[in-house]
Design a protein around this ligand. Structure first.
Ligand SMILES: [Zn+2]
Length: 287
């Protein structure tokens, strides 16, 4: 509601709110699908974007190789079929292009490593009058973590790098690699980030500081998987399928980068989209 058109959101909530149970799956994605079908039929939109989270949620909760994941794939297939049928019924099938894509894979995780505990031990994260303050902290994204340093605090930078150096060679902390700024362009990491850590398979980084530094999820009987790893890791890729008007049939494009998706959509819509990292996937179109 906060980020959308309030009238549209209220209308959808009144019509399909009964399908939803908070953000619980599979109800949330069923709600989203209902809203999309209604919107396609009534408004015939030029661009409709949906974020389906059932598969991501289920992999997080049950691991990547669970029966539950296969059940989600079946649900997603049904939802896609229902959407395609709505496009057909709306009479816009001939000039519609579908892009179905994921933005990451997931790995099963055994160990959660709470990196900020290490900075806290060195006083780089500290309490001041009951308030938490930091000179350096890790922003954790599961398979990787950005190291943020207070601007101009070179001493904090050196101390934080020393902490990383200290734990890097200890396998139990799961730090696979530290990337410096000149290597981060390859991952399209924003220019304000100077260093990034990559986790080993089986490990992930978590930024909370109220748990032990290394938590063994297996020992706790917890199944967990997550994302945020380097796209260059093996068996971590996801899929993109593009189909429809002026798109080649059965053409295998091979590896692409996420940053190419937005310019490709812009190209389909005939919108200028300059000053971005990616380029349109021209080779998939018939001219
Ligand atoms: Zn996720």
């Amino acid at each position: 509601m906060k980020s959308g058109s309030p009238l549209y959101c209220i209308e959808m909530e009144l019509k399909y709110g009964r399908v939803r149970k908070g953000i619980e799956q599979p109800y949330l994605d069923d709600f989203t699908t209902n809203c999309a079908i209604e919107t396609i039929k009534r408004k015939k939109p030029n661009l409709l974007m949906m974020h389906m989270i059932d598969l991501d949620d289920t992999k997080h909760a049950y691991g990547t190789d669970s029966d539950e994941v296969m059940q989600v794939v079946t649900r997603m297939d049904k939802r896609l079929g229902d959407i395609m049928q709505a496009v057909d019924e709306a009479g816009i099938k001939d000039d519609t292009i579908y892009l179905v894509l994921g933005d990451h894979g997931q790995f099963n995780v055994r160990y959660k490593v709470h990196l900020n505990n290490l900075l806290q031990e060195k006083g780089l994260i500290y309490e001041d009058n009951g308030e938490m303050k930091w000179r350096a902290y890790f922003q954790c994204g599961g398979g990787s973590a950005y190291l943020h340093i207070k601007q101009g605090d070179e001493e904090a930078e050196q101390s934080a790098l020393a902490v990383i150096g200290e734990y890097m060679n200890d396998d139990s902390f799961g730090i696979e690699k530290i990337y410096a700024r000149d290597e981060l362009d390859h991952f399209h990491v924003g220019q304000t980030t100077k260093y990034m850590l990559e986790a080993k398979r089986g490990y992930c980084f978590d930024e909370s500081m109220d748990e032990p530094t290394i938590v063994d999820l297996d020992k706790q009987g917890v199944k967990y998987a997550t994302h945020g790893y380097s796209p260059d890791k093996d068996d971590y890729r996801c899929n993109v399928v593009v189909s429809g008007d002026k798109v080649k049939n059965g053409y295998h494009i091979g590896d692409i980068e996420m940053v190419d998706i937005a310019p490709t959509i812009a190209k389909i819509l005939g919108i200028d989209f300059n000053h971005c990292d990616g380029t349109p996937l021209d080779e998939i179109f018939i001219y």
